[in-house]
Write a protein that binds this ligand. Structure first.
Ligand code: MN
Length: 131
């Protein structure tokens, strides 16, 4: 018997409005969303939840996104989970810095609701078992 498994997405985001919109769009497309609002919570959850992809805000209070990414990449079991930076205030060189740090991609805020899910689905494994 084949089962349909919804992909799990860990969102690390301290802004409630952004978190709400991202969660809404992803859940509407059938994904399971787990939210973390700061770095320490994100690292704890990342170790536990087996996310298929991680969305990472770079501007976080206290521990910034680069520090969170570094910590995640040190945990062997989750080091290969794709991390996409979702962040605003991109300055020249930010994109390169984010990719060099180990993110697979970079989505600029404000996010575009028309393409947001598709931007993430590029990095997700197929959602169902095929017969
Ligand atoms: Mn933020």
């Amino acid at each position: 018997m084949k089962s349909v498994v919804s992909n799990k997405i860990l969102i690390i985001e301290d802004n409630e409005q952004n978190l709400y919109l991202e969660t809404y769009l992803l859940e509407n497309s059938g994904y399971q969303v787990i939210a973390a609002r700061d770095g320490p919570e994100a690292i704890q959850l990342a170790e536990r939840v087996n996310a298929d992809i991680i969305l990472l805000d770079i501007q976080l209070p206290g521990m910034d996104g680069f520090a969170v990414l570094k910590a995640i990449k040190k945990i062997p079991r989750i080091a290969d989970v794709p991390v996409i930076a979702v962040t605003s205030h991109a300055m020249t060189g930010d994109r390169e810095r984010i990719l060099a740090a180990g993110c697979v991609d970079y989505i600029e805020k404000p996010i575009d609701p028309e393409i947001f899910v598709a931007q993430i689905e590029k990095y997700l494994p197929t959602r169902t078992d095929h017969e």
